[in-house]
Write a protein that binds this ligand. Structure first.
Ligand SMILES: [Zn+2]
Length: 314
């Protein structure tokens, strides 16, 4: 899925570690003076303070030292990996690494279990993170489990019309029957639907049980919750040709109309377009009603129609 997961930022000291991962090699430092292995990367040996420990490739053989399962994502961007299996892993060399377990169900995880490294690819640019899995898992297949899709940013015109939130005439001129261009698109996969089912408590089989849905659903498979598709609007950058200025607060005032006319089957891509439906200046401030229509890419009929009311206050 596309999102903003934090990516490693290599420093002068840590760069060999990250470059090693890109080449699917695990490099760890060892002190040349006292033979102490060290991790994280450092400039001096923590045991004898000798400088410039040397990098060595190690096998990645490890055991599970400790772990925890997070039921709430550590950052919202990790909602597709719930529960996160955060672990401290001890390499055969004795150093401990903070990491994430992959490819293991909760009931398969045991303190002390032997582990192997997974050089997990996390973006389209070759960046890899060091993760671990059980010895009976297919580490190579797990490498691409969480590739973050690189979404081309939508070109926002530099010459976006600036409209002051008190300028009634200019605001009225924004009202149009014409929709904007399409936003970026986003993949709605089963992992995302499952995460939303867990979060919302709506785990009805039509969303969460692909096998039963294939047999019994009128849609031939699972579909996303309407509410999920609605909130995913936050990940879609609307290609509006204007910008409202001159306010101090912008409030999501709710919705005048919310409809789910068409399903979003698991595995679909969605995108959205919008138009200004109404503008009203009243004692609360400037109230702008934006009709946002979210569609499965290529589908004429919208999956979500949301007449979103935004309140601008000075
Ligand atoms: Zn040393």
């Amino acid at each position: 899925m596309s999102n903003n997961k934090p990516m490693p930022v290599a420093t002068e000291i840590s760069a060999p570690f990250w470059e090693g991962l890109k080449a699917r090699r695990l490099l760890v430092q060892q002190c040349g003076a006292c033979a102490q292995w060290l991790f994280y990367p450092r400039r001096h040996c923590p045991a004898c303070l000798a400088p410039d420990p040397a990098w060595h490739e190690v096998s990645g053989q490890a055991t599970l030292y400790s772990y925890t399962l997070t039921r709430i994502p550590t950052l919202p961007d990790f909602i597709d990996e719930m529960p996160q299996k955060l672990a401290v892993v001890e390499l055969a060399e004795g150093v401990r690494v903070n990491t994430t377990l992959v490819g293991l169900e909760e009931e398969q995880i045991r303190i002390g279990m032997p582990l192997q490294p997974v050089f997990a690819q996390v973006d389209g640019k070759g960046t890899r993170l060091l993760r671990f899995t059980g010895l009976d898992q297919n580490a190579a297949a797990l490498e691409s489990a969480h590739v973050v899709e690189v979404v081309a940013p939508v070109e926002v015109p530099d010459n976006r019309l600036q409209v002051d939130c008190q300028d009634g005439a200019a605001l009225q001129a924004l009202v149009s029957e014409q929709y904007s261009d399409w936003s970026n698109s986003l993949l709605v996969d089963q992992a995302l639907i499952d995460a939303f089912a867990e979060l919302s408590g709506d785990d009805y089989w039509i969303h969460t049980d692909p096998e039963r849905a294939r047999r019994s659903s009128p849609f031939g498979g699972t579909i996303a919750h309407g509410a999920l598709v609605q909130v995913l609007q936050s990940r879609l950058k609307l290609a509006l040709g204007f910008e409202i200025t001159g306010f101090t607060t912008q409030i999501n005032y709710g919705s005048d109309r919310l409809r789910f006319p068409a399903p979003v089957p698991a595995g679909s891509r969605i995108h959205a377009r919008a138009r200004v439906k109404a503008v009203e200046l009243n004692q609360r401030g400037t109230q702008l009603t934006l009709e946002i229509n979210t569609h499965v890419v290529g589908q004429e009929r919208p999956s979500v129609i949301n007449d979103l009311v935004i309140l601008y206050q000075r």
